[in-house]
Write a protein that binds this ligand. Structure first.
Ligand code: GLA
Length: 383
């Protein structure tokens, strides 16, 4: 955890407010494999990381609640009896959404003050949104002793995103951020919400994230479109979700739907199989084969599911040429953000230098590289 981040939030809080307060840290996440499978009730393999949101919160006697974003240098004042979504895209909708959805489950909260700041680049595909939602919902649950379980809390976070931000996200991000386990990735079945922490011992390899530093504008609308296509296909086959659809069943629709839709359905079925295979390979410590799965996964995201972009494809194609990278793919919703790369430790520096130079030359912009540690989920930080 980044103690400088915690310290900055504490200082800002103490400058603005008084009284006893609670500090919460909620992490972002990576995802080894299993992209766009969560809202199809499929399998995913995410892990919480050591970057996220620090949020300090206390009760307030004021007539409204005050929420300060250090990064945005903005303050939101909220009337708990009048919680309306703001029409323009803003971080404030995550806050308003969490409060509103939480109060539907348990209305026993009163006004509060809070300050938060993050160290995950926004729009990087590392789920700063889930980290923010979880930090607030977890903080409120602790502060007002609502007694909700972590499982109940992640559903509040998800509903905030559905109903107040307008993205029909699955449960992966909120789950990973809340339930992360140090040095483990979570093999998660999004239908039963059963998860198995799998120890990630990459031995000779580093997990390096390359942030393309682009976020294309269509990301959110394209996400919701993918959601619709998948549910339409499942519906046409009289199934609740693509999780229940077999390759044979999908084949029967092939001539009845567009090829683009068929490819998307096929991608989801194949990606689910890859997640299951990945868990098996990791347990056998077969990192070479895990790497191959990552490349296949990216290929599907790019050519079949069509959620990549030229910057991400370039980063993956270049990584593939480097024999010390065993596997790489895009992470998260797509249309920008990060790639995840499994890189031989001995060549880590070389990789970083080469990929940065290549990217700069191609797009005339810089990429940023992060080495992440797999970490615990949302928690109170003792001060
Ligand atoms: C975003 C969503 C997740 C998941 C990924 C794609 O991060 O919030 O629920 O669908 O995209 O795998």
């Amino acid at each position: 955890m980044n103690y400088e981040l915690i310290h900055t939030v504490k200082e800002k809080f103490q400058a603005e407010f008084e009284g006893e307060a609670l500090m919460v840290f909620s992490p972002g996440r990576i995802n080894l494999i299993g992209e766009h499978t969560d809202y199809n009730n499929g399998f995913v393999f995410p892990a919480a990381i050591d970057k996220g949101i620090a949020l300090m919160i206390s009760k307030s006697e004021n007539a409204h609640s005050t929420i300060v974003s250090v990064d945005m240098k903005e303050t939101l004042e909220v009337d708990l009896k009048n919680l309306n979504r703001i029409e323009a895209p803003t971080w404030k909708n995550y806050i308003i959404g969490v409060i509103a959805e939480l109060m539907k489950v348990n209305p026993n909260i009163t006004n509060f003050n809070c300050v938060f700041k993050g160290d995950i680049p926004v729009g990087s595909g590392l789920s700063s949104s889930a980290a923010l939602e979880n930090s607030l919902v977890f903080g409120l649950n602790e502060l007002f002793q609502l007694g909700l379980s972590k499982m109940e809390l992640i559903h509040v976070s998800q509903k905030a995103e559905h109903n107040y931000v307008g993205v029909k996200c699955g449960i992966m991000d909120q789950f990973a951020s809340m339930f992360g386990v140090e040095d483990h990735a979570l093999f998660l079945d999004c239908e039963s919400l059963q998860s198995e922490p799998v120890f990630i011992d990459l031995n000779a390899y580093d997990i390096l994230l390359v942030n393309s530093n682009v976020k294309h504008a269509l990301a959110e609308s394209a996400y919701n479109e993918r959601y619709e296509v998948c549910h339409k296909i499942a519906h046409q086959l009289n199934k609740l979700s693509l999780r229940d659809v077999t390759f044979e069943e999908l084949e029967t629709l092939k001539s009845k739907i567009s090829n683009a839709d068929y490819q998307k359905g096929l991608y989801v079925l194949e990606e689910n199989d890859r997640v299951v295979e990945c868990k098996k390979l990791l347990k056998q410590n077969d990192i070479e084969q895990v790497g191959q799965l990552l490349y296949l996964s990216h290929h599907g995201q790019s050519t079949m599911y069509q959620v990549s972009c030229k910057e991400l494809d370039f980063l993956i194609e270049e990584a593939k040429q480097m024999n010390y990278v065993v596997g790489a793919r895009m992470v998260g919703g797509g249309f920008g953000g990060c790639t995840i790369n499994l890189v031989l430790k001995s060549n880590s520096e070389e990789f970083q230098k080469s990929i940065s130079n290549l990217y700069q030359r191609k797009f005339d912009r810089t990429c940023s590289i992060h080495k992440v540690k797999l970490s615990d989920g949302t928690r109170v930080v003792k001060m």
